[in-house]
Write a protein that binds this ligand. Structure first.
Ligand SMILES: Cc1cc2nc3c(=O)[nH]c(=O)nc-3n(C[C@H](O)[C@H](O)[C@H](O)COP(=O)(O)O)c2cc1C
Length: 372
C-alpha cells in the first residue's frame, strides 16, 4: 500500500506543469547581480543566445525591449516555439567518428545557390534603432564577417540603400518585403531591391492584417491600423511577372505554403518544429523539391540540428540577434560565433558526423511527440 501511494505521488510530480521561463536559469543572475542597470554586460561573459536578451532587458528602455520581446495576443505561440524543442528528444549515438564535423562547416550551407558558413541566417526584424543608435549596421557587418545570410526587413530603420552601403564586396543578402496591390509602388520597390544587389525577395504573406500585439500595445509600440491587404496565390503569380529576382514566401506556417503550392492541404498553426515534423511525416518530398527555411524560437545549437534533421535547409533567428545588436557588430558577431560552436558541439554529442547527412531517425518518438 505504502509503495503504491509513493508511486502515485511520484507520478503526480512528473506530470506537474513547469512554469514558463522566458529566460532560462543558467546562473546569469548570480553572475551579473552586481552589474548596474544601465551597464552593458561585458560581451565575453555572455555565453549563449538567451544571455543577450537577459542582459539587454536590464539596460534598454522598457518600450524598446518590449518591441523586440513581444509576441502575438496571449503569446501562446511565442512560448510554444521556445518550449517545443524540449518536447522532442533525440537519441544520441555513441562510437561515431565526429572528428571531421568541424571541417564540413565552412561554406557548407547553400541557400538558393549561394554558399554560407552556417545553416542559420539573420531573420528580417524591423527597427534596429530600438537596440542600437547605428540601427541595422551591426547586423549587416556581422553577417559579412561571419559569412552568414542577413535578410533586412523592409521596416528596418535604415533604408535599403543605407544598408547596401554597409555591405562588403560580394556579400549576399536577401530583401524582405511587404507588398500590396499598388503595382506602381511594387515595381519601384523591386527596382530598388535589384539595384541593391539583393539576391532574393522574401515576401511576408502572413500580414494580411496587422498583428494583435498586446504586450507592445501597453507601451504604444504597436500599430492600431486595421487595414487589410489582399494576398492570394493569384497575386503571387502576378508578382513573379514583375521581377526576375526569386521570390521566397515567408509565413507563420510554411507547411501551408509548401504543400498548397502543389496540392490542397489542411492548414496548421503550430510551431515551426511541429510543422517540419508534419511535412516530414506526410510529404517529405517537399524538402527535396523546394528549399524550406524555418524560424521561431531557435535558441540553441541542438534546436538547429533538429530542424536540419527534419529536412529544413536553414534556420532563421530573429530576437536573439536584435538583442545582440545592442552591442553592435561585435555583439552580433559573438552571437553568431557562439551558435556556430554550439551546433558543432551539439551535433557531435548527438553522434552526427556530417551535418548534411542527418535524418529524422535521431529523434526518439514518444507517445507525446509522435506525429499524428
Ligand atoms: C522585433 C521584431 C520585428 C520583426 N519584424 C519583421 C519584419 O519586419 N518582417 C518580417 O517578415 N518578419 C519580422 N519579424 C519576424 C522575424 O522575421 C522572425 O520570423 C522571428 O523573429 C523568428 O522568431 P525568433 O525571434 O524567435 O527567432 C519580426 C520579429 C521581431 C521579434
Amino acid at each position: 500500500m505504502r509503495s503504491s501511494l509513493l508511486s502515485l505521488w511520484l507520478l503526480g510530480g512528473a506530470f506537474a506543469a513547469r512554469p514558463f521561463l522566458n529566460e532560462p536559469d543558467t546562473g546569469f543572475d548570480e553572475y551579473f547581480g552586481s552589474l548596474k542597470a544601465a551597464d552593458l554586460a561585458p560581451l565575453d561573459s555572455l555565453v549563449g543566445l538567451p544571455d543577450f536578451e537577459e542582459a539587454a532587458r536590464r539596460m534598454l528602455p522598457i518600450a524598446n525591449y518590449t518591441y523586440y520581446r513581444n509576441g502575438a495576443a496571449g503569446e501562446w505561440s511565442y512560448r510554444n516555439n521556445l518550449e517545443v524543442f524540449n518536447r522532442y528528444a533525440i537519441r544520441p549515438r555513441m562510437m561515431i567518428d565526429v572528428t571531421n564535423l568541424a571541417a564540413s562547416f565552412p561554406r557548407s550551407t547553400t541557400i538558393l545557390g549561394h554558399n554560407f558558413s552556417a545553416p542559420f541566417f539573420i531573420a528580417p526584424c524591423a527597427r534596429g534603432d530600438y537596440g542600437n543608435i547605428d540601427a541595422e549596421k551591426g547586423l549587416v557587418e556581422a553577417a559579412a564577417a561571419e559569412d552568414v545570410l542577413y535578410i533586412p526587413s523592409l521596416s528596418a530603420f535604415l533604408s535599403i540603400e543605407q544598408i547596401t552601403a554597409y555591405k562588403t564586396d560580394g556579400q549576399v543578402t536577401f530583401q524582405q518585403a511587404y507588398l500590396n496591390s499598388n503595382e506602381t509602388a511594387t515595381k519601384e520597390l523591386f527596382a530598388r531591391v535589384k539595384a541593391s544587389g539583393a539576391k532574393a525577395i522574401v515576401f511576408s504573406v502572413d500580414s494580411a492584417a496587422n498583428g494583435n500585439r498586446q504586450r507592445a500595445a501597453r507601451y504604444g509600440a504597436s500599430s492600431t491600423d486595421v487595414s487589410y491587404t489582399l494576398i492570394t496565390w493569384e497575386f503571387y503569380e502576378r508578382l513573379k511577372t514583375l521581377t526576375d529576382i526569386p521570390i521566397v514566401l515567408k509565413a507563420r506556417s510554411t507547411r501551408d505554403l509548401s504543400i498548397e503550392s502543389r496540392a490542397a492541404a489542411k492548414l496548421t498553426g503550430r510551431s515551426p518544429l511541429e510543422v517540419a515534423i508534419e511535412i516530414n511525416q506526410k510529404d517529405p518530398n517537399i524538402f527535396k523539391e523546394i528549399e524550406v527555411y524555418a524560424d521561431g524560437g531557435v535558441r540553441y545549437g541542438a534546436d538547429v540540428v533538429k530542424m536540419l534533421a527534419l529536412g529544413v535547409r536553414a534556420v532563421g533567428i530573429g530576437r536573439p540577434f536584435m538583442f545582440a545588436n545592442v552591442w553592435g557588430t561585435e555583439g552580433v558577431t559573438r552571437a553568431i560565433k557562439l551558435l556556430k560552436t554550439e551546433i558543432g558541439l551539439d551535433a557531435a554529442n548527438m553522434g552526427v558526423a556530417n551535418l548534411k547527412n542527418i535524418d529524422q531517425s535521431i529523434f526518439v518518438w514518444t507517445p507525446n511527440s509522435v506525429p499524428a
